[in-house]
Design a protein around this ligand. Sequence first.
Ligand SMILES: Nc1nc2c(ncn2[C@@H]2O[C@H](COP(=O)(O)OP(=O)(O)O)[C@@H](O)[C@H]2O)c(=O)[nH]1
Ligand SMILES: [Mg+2]
Length: 243
Amino acid sequence: MTTSPPRAGVARPTTPTHAPAAPHPAAGWLHTARFLTSAPELHFLPALDLPEIAFVGRSNAGKSTCINTLTQQKQLAFASRKPGRTQHINLFAVGRQGATDAILADLPGYGYAAVPRQAKIRWQQVMANYLVTRKNLRAVVLLCDPRLGLTELDEILLDVIRPRVEQGLQFLIVLTKADKLTRTESAAALSVARLQAGGGDAMLFSAPKRIGIDAVSARIWDWVHRAPPPTATPADAPAADQP
Ligand SMILES: Nc1nc2c(ncn2[C@@H]2O[C@H](COP(=O)(O)OP(=O)(O)O)[C@@H](O)[C@H]2O)c(=O)[nH]1
Ligand SMILES: [Mg+2]
């Protein structure tokens, strides 16, 4: 039997072997993110009973760009970058209006050389206090420029959260600006970061090349909608200063 060639300009109907995959709900869900509140210290933040995902990293690591890319909003993370607000913890609500089911927390960037010493020390206290005692913290995303690798302050942060990671706090290193690396460099940076992540994971990310956006979005969605909450919260743990 012969088949006639398709006429020019007329697409031959094809039967797809697989139905097109339904889009993952993570992207649409993250797009609902909106500014909730901003606070200079932990005790000014509202106590919330929703899983919270904290974004941390040194200044210039690409944290604002990552949050804006994941939420598909050009100004979300930059909107809070008003003078005097740079050292604040900014919270964003996620979920349909009236059905908020998670919080994104944008923590102040650290390691910026021009910041006075007192401000650096204050930052470390605010950050450590938040990471150790924020009850509803479900996961930490550490943004890292793989050309610099983890810095001393990143290592301190890892030490601070390690006990909570052992209790089920989720942890992910996002290697930003992956477009600046060759394939070989990316693979090497990823395996180093996976070792450094301890109980967590690492992923490559690039805003302009759109690398890792779906994977990081899906991971955040899973933390909120699939992962079991940590086994112990700071509320369950005995206070350190008790006999
Ligand atoms: N090439 C490239 N540059 C990026 C990427 N993400 C951020 N940047 C750039 O890195 C600089 C710092 O980014 P920003 O998001 O403000 O970092 P933050 O200080 O951690 O919030 C800016 O010039 C960004 O344009 C990326 O994925 N690829
Ligand atoms: Mg920023």
